[in-house]
Design a binder for this molecule. Structure first.
Ligand code: DGL
Length: 248
């Protein structure tokens, strides 16, 4: 299978990493809209327009599926992308909801959703979780985490202060949905802050679980072909890809 992975920038590489670990695909074409990132501070119509342009880009390849790694796009533009695309389009929000439902007891557990302003304002995760019977939901937009990850600030004083700024006054969660491509890179720091009993739900692992539940993968690819494209500075994206996917 040959698939496209779309993100607003470099963050979706965290999802590519999970896909590679599970050896699900023969070829992955990654497109990051690095010229226009961040999407998380933009309006719905702009996000939809950019997402449809990404679908048009992917028409240059004969794809079997497009995976939307970006939570912001998954929250706002999935229907429009599906209408425009020539292949199935799968998003991370649906997958994250499934992963949370499988991992956490919806009767008692307190679940915290974090993401960009756009993702949190969309209430996409919240609505989906409520349908699954979750009542005890908190949400928090944590947009400062995005530039910190892009600056490779994955530990230390600045990150610790930001974590405290966002979460100091929140009731302690049993699970946290990392509703943004960048946040899995902060897993260690977040796990340390919340403690080991809090489960962190990662979009990349969630999409793997979702795909494995909904499709029959009989073959595992030892050597997935990877091609990286970006709307600006693809070289920088390839350098980050090497760092995140192979070194981290
Ligand atoms: N990729 C985005 C997401 O997962 C985060 C970066 C952005 O704001 O574009 O929501």
């Amino acid at each position: 299978m040959k698939i496209g992975v779309f993100d607003s920038g470099i963050g979706g590489l965290s999802v590519v990493k999970s896909l590679l670990e599970h050896k699900l695909f023969e070829e992955i074409i990654y497109f990051g809209d690095t010229a226009r990132v961040p999407y998380g501070s933009k309006e719905k119509n702009t996000i939809i327009r950019y997402a449809i342009e990404a679908v048009e880009f992917f028409k240059n390849f004969d794809l079997d599926m497009i995976i939307v790694a970006c939570n912001t796009v998954s929250a706002y533009a999935l229907d429009e992308m599906r209408e425009a695309a020539l292949c199935p389009v799968v998003g991370v929000v649906e997958a994250g909801i499934l992963a949370a439902t499988n991992a956490v007891d919806n009767n008692t557990n307190n679940i915290l959703i974090i993401g960009t302003n756009a993702t949190i304002n969309s209430k996409a995760y919240e609505k989906g979780l409520k349908k699954q019977g979750f009542d005890n939901i908190q949400t928090k937009a944590t947009p400062l985490f995005v530039p910190l990850v892009e600056e490779n600030i994955l530990s230390g004083e600045i990150l610790d202060a930001t974590i405290k700024h966002y979460f100091k006054h929140l009731p302690h969660p049993d699970a946290v949905i990392l509703g943004c491509t960048h946040f899995p890179l902060l897993s260690d720091a977040l796990q340390e802050f919340f403690g080991t009993k809090t489960q962190l739900i990662h979009s990349g692992d969630a999409i793997v679980e979702y795909l494995e539940n909904s499709m029959d993968f009989t073959y595992r690819y030892e050597d997935t072909k990877l091609k990286f494209f970006a709307s600006e500075n693809p070289e920088a994206l390839r350098t980050t890809a090497n760092k995140w996917i192979y070194e981290a």
